[in-house]
Design a protein around this ligand. Structure first.
Ligand code: SF4
Length: 308
């Protein structure tokens, strides 16, 4: 496959997905050449909903494993494929069923709020899921005063700040890509680009969030930068967002705040992997009915909580 050009690979992918009747979804953190051949790009939850509204029965999810799992959970009747079976998520791997069970035992009154960036097994032990864009809204609907927030303690701390009357319990979990951004990187970027607002994902640490101008989910950051009258931006989220913004808004300038903002798992999927999946229909996501049912409940509760 290496003897044909990327353009030829892309053309072949477009043809194969038509022939197979497949819907190709790509997370915004995927390499741009993957995003260019996808039917839709988005964050994980938007893509799971795209899969649901499509009439295609074959879903190829270019992202990491928990995302393909979420797509399968929300579309159990469809076949879902992950082109790189080894693309996991370091944050999702930080939480184990034992950790969650121990926290539930220690805080029996608390409701378990689970960031969607987690495995199906973690979701199954949780009461309700949240995304980074709806976490504030969802937590605002909860009547419980105690909240176990897993696995991301940074997103959890950001949410907790908005609910001083509620008690939050966190575990040692974080996204290494966002967690490793340090305050020196932010200050240096500001020094170099004093006119540029600092836009940040809430998976970053609190000390970074405190010095930012805008905090938003992946989609929130994209919308903010597209719609703002400003001409330059310092961005603290995965590098592919900056690459996408540069492509979409050529009249604006975007600076990645730190070179650590690259997710190695998100970069694993190559055109060759996608081609292989479309040709062979290998690497399908299999889950039992019970696994799907248990993990679906907190996702359904999230959907119901934001429905208005
Ligand atoms: S960016 Fe962070 S949360 Fe997203 S897949 Fe990579 S490690 Fe996981």
């Amino acid at each position: 496959m290496n003897n044909i050009s990327n353009n030829e690979k892309a053309e072949k992918i477009l043809r194969l997905k038509e022939e197979a009747g497949a819907l190709v979804l790509a997370h915004y953190y995927q390499n741009l050449d993957i995003q260019h051949v996808a039917d839709y790009c988005g964050d994980s939850f938007e893509l799971a909903k795209r899969a649901r509204s499509s009439d295609k029965n074959i879903i190829v999810f270019c992202g990491v494993s928990f995302m393909a799992e979420s797509a399968k959970i929300m579309n159990p009747e469809k076949r879902v494929f992950l082109p790189r079976a080894d693309a996991g998520c370091q944050m999702a791997d930080m939480v184990t069923p034992d950790i969650v069970s121990k926290m539930k035992k220690e805080h029996p009154q608390a409701v378990v709020v689970c960031y969607i960036n987690s495995s199906a097994a973690t979701k199954a032990l949780s009461d309700i899921c949240v995304t980074s864009s709806n976490a504030l809204k969802i937590v605002g609907t909860l009547k419980e005063n105690e909240i176990i927030f897993i696995p991301d303690k940074n997103l959890g701390a950001f949410v907790a700040k908005h609910f001083p009357d509620k008690k939050f319990y966190f575990m040692e979990g974080w996204c290494p890509v966002h967690h490793d951004v340090d305050i020196e990187a932010l200050r240096e970027a500001r020094r170099l680009h004093p006119e540029a607002p600092v836009v940040i994902h809430p998976e970053c640490r609190e000390e970074i969030l405190k010095e930012s101008d805008f905090i938003g989910s992946t989609s929130g950051i994209l919308d903010y930068c597209r719609e703002s009258d400003k001409k330059e931006f310092i961005v603290a989220t995965e590098r592919a967002i900056v690459e996408r913004l540069k492509e979409e808004c050529p009249d604006k300038k975007f600076y990645l705040m730190s070179s650590c903002l690259v997710c190695p798992n998100m970069k694993k999927t190559r055109l060759d992997d996608l081609l292989y999946t479309l040709e062979t229909l290998d690497d399908e996501i299999y889950m039992t009915e019970e696994e799907i049912r248990a993990a679906r409940l907190p996702l359904e509760r999230m959907l119901n909580a934001v429905k208005d």
